[in-house]
Design a protein around this ligand. Structure first.
Ligand code: NAD
Length: 352
């Protein structure tokens, strides 16, 4: 029987296709803008320069200073460039860090955003912005934060290193797994979550085997869109709480942290909601946690928190912070069980 639900869609334009990054100029016109500030990380500056060149007079300038966790100081420097150049929109070319900077600018100015994602993090389809100030990470949600146009162009992801492709894919899959048991899930979010998992099940092994496989890259971006969309529409739980705690407190790398934690948090919650997590076992085989862990291991993902430089003492603090304030989770949370789960993840043990 269908349960009661609320279904809201996001108003963004989603564009898929190899070579579609070449249509950015048209999209700038279509959203009624004239001059875009192109954003990237320092690492992707050359790609941003190439893109700005193709935009000609529609490019107001480039800011290639995006970094992880969207520090407010970096946003303020970018805001200065926005003012100097008179840009009336931003084009974010890159992963979650670059998208985060574009969102931070939009949050302050309401400038429209066009995002060209080059990882699978999924931030481009959420109205959520995480930013850091003085070492503290805060999260805001607002309609102004949701990008107006997203262009998924697999050609720009062919060079995403295999290791990052795998961890980024597992990061995306974590959004889907938590969406399956979200309190505010709806039939469409559950369909999208299961389809997102299937897309990564098919594409990640193919990418590991042949990183330049355009079909597999396209399918992974399709998965990223699905998984990111559910992240933006339904509530996340234990898994995201723990990863947020580890990243915020110990600065562990975002995608690696998600990749390592996913089999453990999924196994923990599967005990309470086996019917809701059944699609995970169907897609990956075996048990929910074991199937995810085997898939991650076969793809060469990191499996142990100790390899991220965490000590066992850090796990005590993580368990304490992650259980301090109550939040929705399908299985009741207590400190000893979360500490035990973290120990398993630290050692890289396969969950049952
Ligand atoms: P990232 O954006 O930090 O990218 C990591 C590095 O890889 C960067 O140097 C980047 O330039 C490089 N890179 C990206 N794409 C590449 C490509 N195709 N080829 C070569 N190099 C490439 O990593 P990420 O995991 O995409 O993003 C992590 C950040 O996104 C975190 O700060 C996280 O909090 C945020 N995030 C936010 C949301 C949200 O909804 N607000 C969702 C997911 C992630």
């Amino acid at each position: 029987m269908t349960r009661d639900f609320v279904y809201s869609t996001s108003p963004a334009h989603i564009v898929f296709g190899s070579g579609k990054a070449g249509t950015v100029g048209e999209w700038i016109d279509r959203i009624g803008c004239r001059r875009a500030l192109v954003l990237s990380t320092p690492h992707q500056r050359a790609d941003a320069e190439r893109l700005a060149e193709t935009l000609g007079s529609r490019a107001a300038g480039i800011f290639a200073g995006a970094v992880m966790h969207t520090p407010v100081e970096v946003t303020e420097r970018a805001m200065e460039i926005v003012r100097q150049t008179g840009a009336d929109c931003v084009v974010s070319l890159g992963g979650g860090s670059t998208t985060g900077l574009g969102k931070a600018i939009a949050y302050r100015t309401d400038l429209p955003q066009i995002v060209i994602p080059t990882t699978y993090a999924g931030s481009e389809v959420t109205p959520i912005l995480g930013q850091t100030e003085g070492g503290r990470k805060t999260t805001v949600r607002s309609a102004a934060i949701l990008p107006e146009v997203v262009i998924y162009d697999p050609a720009l992801t062919l060079g995403l290193p295999v290791g990052m492709s795998v961890t980024s894919g597992l990061n995306a899959m974590a959004h889907a797994v938590e969406a399956l048991y979200a309190e505010d899930r709806n039939p469409v979010s559950s369909l999208m979550a299961a389809e997102g998992l299937r897309a990564f099940k098919r594409s990640l092994p193919a990418i590991v085997a042949t990183p330049e496989d355009g079909e597999a890259r396209a399918e992974a971006l399709y998965g990223a869109w699905l998984c990111g969309t559910v992240l933006g529409t339904v509530g996340m739980a234990l898994h995201h709480k723990i990863c947020h705690t580890l990243g915020g407190r110990f600065d562990t790398p975002h995608a690696d942290t998600h990749a390592i934690m996913l089999p453990h948090t999924a196994a923990f919650n599967a005990v309470a909601v086996p019917d809701l997590t059944a699609p995970v076992a169907e897609v990956f085989g075996g048990s929910v946690g074991g199937g995810l862990w085997d898939f991650a291991r076969a793809a060469g993902a990191p499996l142990a928190l100790k390899d991220l430089g965490l000590s066992e003492k850090d796990l005590d603090l993580t368990a304490e912070i992650a259980t301090q304030n109550p939040y929705r989770n399908p299985r009741p949370i207590d400190r000893p069980s979360i500490r035990a789960l973290l120990q398993d993840a630290w050692e890289g043990r396969r969950p049952d």
